[in-house]
Design a protein around this ligand. Sequence first.
Ligand SMILES: Nc1nc2c(ncn2[C@@H]2O[C@H](COP(=O)(O)OP(=O)(O)OP(=O)(O)O)[C@@H](O)[C@H]2O)c(=O)[nH]1
Ligand SMILES: [Mg+2]
Length: 319
Amino acid sequence: MENNSAFSRQLSRYISQSPILDEWKTSSLQLRLHQLNDQPLNILFAGPSGVGKSATINALFATEEFETSGAEDEGAIVRFSSGELVLWDFPGYRLEDTQSAMQLAATLSEYDEAGKPLIDLVVVVLDAAQQNLNDGYQLINKVIAPALGESTEQRMLVMLNKVDAANHSYEWAYVNESCSSEVEIWPESTASLLRHCLLRDAELEVAPVSYAAEFSRKADTMRPYNLLKVMNEILVRLPEEKRLTLLDAPLNQRALNWCDSDNRCNYLTQLENTLFDLVYQDAKDGARFGGLLGAHKGKQGRELGYLLRRQLHASLKIG
Ligand SMILES: Nc1nc2c(ncn2[C@@H]2O[C@H](COP(=O)(O)OP(=O)(O)OP(=O)(O)O)[C@@H](O)[C@H]2O)c(=O)[nH]1
Ligand SMILES: [Mg+2]
């Protein structure tokens, strides 16, 4: 089935079947996809207990299709693997737990056979609804930043989960099934505070992303909020050659999983652009012309844009 095929495999099939792409373009695109294929990618999720690390992984990916290890032992690191992607779900961090801090620091200091850092990205999840973010803050400041050193800003993403629970006084706007803009007022001020403190204490320029892995509604529906924004933030922090590995893993295809956002930007367009630039070398911002992905590169660029969107939308089960 189309939706279950790995992103790059299906895209490669579309490219070879396209009547519009000429022989030269077809082979250069296939070569590029080949270069991007099978690149190992490790993403580690860390944060205090109960902040929603596992919920975030489950919102992003169809984890039931992943191989799991470590889940049988309580308090152990759980690893989800699919193809070349490994997601590390670290147990909840507590300030006084020096052993788990040492285990995390040691993992972040590991190198692969090629001499590159084993962990490509650390996603720090914090609970925006919590009054006290000290555990999470110290985790960044005392454990992660010292272990990542100069690469901290590139290799760490800070995310504020549970925006739905953070602002207790706001009312869910049911009009058009969309979130009221106040939903982010409290998380946004928390994000600013975190940003200020990390700059002051660790000279780190970090912009936390607010989202909800499980946005709870009054009605019985529950779906994530700002998940495409999260996906973009993860993708742009990965080494270029590893980005396709993320899309090749089975993504969550629950209905409307990717649709709710703060609408400050068209996050789907952003994702399409990043992917287009990755596959069609020398392209910038999706080479859009008249809003059409790839059209600035002529007929063949437009065709790749069309094929890429088709497969991306199938992978996310949208549109
Ligand atoms: N309201 C709300 N609840 C959430 C959200 N995300 C997760 N939760 C709930 O928060 C609780 C903890 O989520 P988990 O994913 O188990 O948290 P965790 O960080 O993996 O916790 P540990 O594995 O114990 O460290 C669960 O009851 C989730 O249903 C969210 O966006 N909004
Ligand atoms: Mg968990």
